[in-house]
Each structure stands twice: as C-alpha cells, then as structure tokens.
Design a protein around this ligand. Structure first.
Ligand code: A2P
Length: 273
C-alpha cells in the first residue's frame, strides 16, 4: 500500500492512503488574509472534472482522515488543481490545511461532482454567478471554461466579503482573464466582476441580496434587471446567503435546476465557506 507522511516537516508520521484517493503534492500556497488562502496541487493524469464541480480533500494525518468538499477553482484544462480555502482556527481540516507548504501531500478523492455546472442550466443570454467569501472558487473555474462562453453572451460575477483584502482573489481572477492565452480573446468585454464589502468601508458596500432588492446592483452596472426568460443564476457561499438569494430569485420567477433537470438557477449546498 502507498504511504506518505502527513506533512513534509513531520516525516516520521506515516499513514496509509485510503482507497479511491489520490495523494497529490502541494505545488504552491498563497495566503491572502488571516482567514483566506489558496493552494495548488499536482493533477493526477486520470482526473477529469466539469468546471464548477467540487471534490473531497483531506490530509494524510490520521488513519481515517477528515475530508471536506472543496470546489475546484482552476479551469478543467489546467495542468494543476487549485483550491481557495478559509482558515478556521479549530476547524477539523482547515486548522491543519492552512499550514501546508510546497512538497506536502494533500489527499483528493477520485470523483468530483456538483450542481454548479453548465449542464444544470437551460440556455440563456446572461449568466450571474453570485458568491460570498471562498464561494467564488467554482466561478473561477467556470469563467475560464470555453463552454461557458459558448452557452452565454455575458457573465456577471458578484463577490461579497467582509473586508477589502478578501476581494483580492476575485479581482486578480478578473484582471487575469484578458491575458490568458487560451480564453483571453473569448472573454473580452463579456465578464463583469461586481465586488462589495459588508464590514470594511469601501466605495461599494452591501450584501448582494440588499443590492439586488434595492435596484442598486442594476444601477451600478447599468444593466437590465434579472429576468428568468434570458438570465441564469449560480449561487455559492455561506448557507444564509444561499437561502436568502434562493428565496429572492424564486420570487422573481427563477426555478432551481439540477443535473437531471436543468432549469434557471442552481445552488451548491455541499460547499462550506
Ligand atoms: P455580513 O458581514 O453582513 O455578515 P462570512 O465571511 O461570514 O462567510 O461572510 C461572507 C460575506 O457574506 C459577508 O460579507 C457577509 O455579510 C455576507 N453574508 C452573510 N450572510 C448573508 C446573507 N444572508 N445574505 C447575503 N450576504 C450574506
């Protein structure tokens, strides 16, 4: 049986790798704030996923390691896999995961799944991706997927965080699109990022629910209001936000879709962030 040490710094401790799990190497780690970090791991050759899906990841630090659902933030054509994570001081996984450094091992289950996929939405003109915190991760993958641009004309990503520094991941993502050799041209003029803070004072503030309901969101972007005839919506982030946005868009006439029954909006409930 394949065995690896939990963390490179601790080579004495060795646990077996569970069945149906890939043991991958951390390539890079980036800390954004004391609550957020991203990391990249090697990609197993056999691993395929649809943009927007999540996979279970863990650390080889116990006989039965803790696994948590993580949306894949990298595009499906990337040679590595990227994740964007919160750091919970006493979290069963993230308290240890936040300490990883290049060369460490991360476990990843072999099968990805999820509802934030193009297949779960019927065709439309505009795609709205509504996120809070690390909930932007699946959208980072989807906004670099050629099929998203084949299916939709315009993409609006909303990202709401407590503080300005927490918005950096999304800002860099949006800024990097144009320079991307594979999808840069395809995305030109078609992606809008709408970032807001709720605690730190910045020029654009407020919860997305309030901004949509007040009409401020439409005014700020100079766009027509959400319309189930032409628009599709994906929602990912904190549980309260999911529930509130779901209620809001259902009132506007949107209907929840799934892989087996595509419709006008989808929510990722497996995600914790
Ligand atoms: P707020 O600061 O008003 O709670 P967290 O970091 O706690 O996961 O939150 C991420 C962002 O999601 C915060 O800006 C938070 O705003 C916002 N948020 C939390 N609950 C809701 C909700 N029910 N509807 C809309 N936004 C929410």
């Amino acid at each position: 049986m394949q065995q690896v040490s939990a963390l490179r710094k601790d080579p004495g401790v060795v646990f077996p790798i569970p069945a149906n799990v890939h043991a991958e190497t951390v390539v890079s780690v980036r800390h954004y704030t004391d609550r957020l970090f991203s990391f990249r791991i090697t990609r197993p050759q056999s691993f395929r996923f649809r943009s927007g899906e999540f996979v279970m990841i863990g650390l080889p630090n116990a006989e039965k390691p803790v696994f948590r659902a993580y949306s894949i933030a990298s595009p499906s054509w990337d040679e590595e896999i990227e994740f964007f994570s919160i750091k919970v001081p006493d979290g069963p996984l993230t308290s240890e995961l936040q300490k990883i450094v290049p060369g460490d091992t991360v476990l990843m289950r072999q099968k990805s799944t999820g509802t934030l996929v193009n297949d779960a939405l019927t065709p439309g003109k505009r795609l709205f991706m509504i996120s809070t915190g690390t909930g932007i991760a699946p959208f980072a993958s989807l906004v670099r997927a050629p099929e998203t641009f084949e299916k939709f004309e315009q993409i609006v990503i909303t990202h709401t965080c407590r503080d300005h520094a927490e918005l950096a991941y999304g800002v860099e993502l949006a800024e990097g699109l144009a320079a991307d050799p594979l999808i840069g041209e395809m995305t030109e003029g078609r992606v809008t990022l709408y970032s807001t803070t709720t605690r730190e004072i910045t020029p654009r503030m407020g919860r997305i629910t309030r901004l949509i309901e007040s009409g401020r969101f439409y005014e700020d972007l100079a766009i027509a209001p959400l319309d189930p005839e032409t628009d599709r919506i994906m929602i990912c982030g904190s549980m309260h936000m999911l529930n509130d946005v779901k209620e809001l868009v259902e009132k506007l006439g949107f209907e929840e879709g799934s892989n087996s029954k595509p419709s006008s909006f989808v929510v990722e409930r497996a995600f914790v962030g």
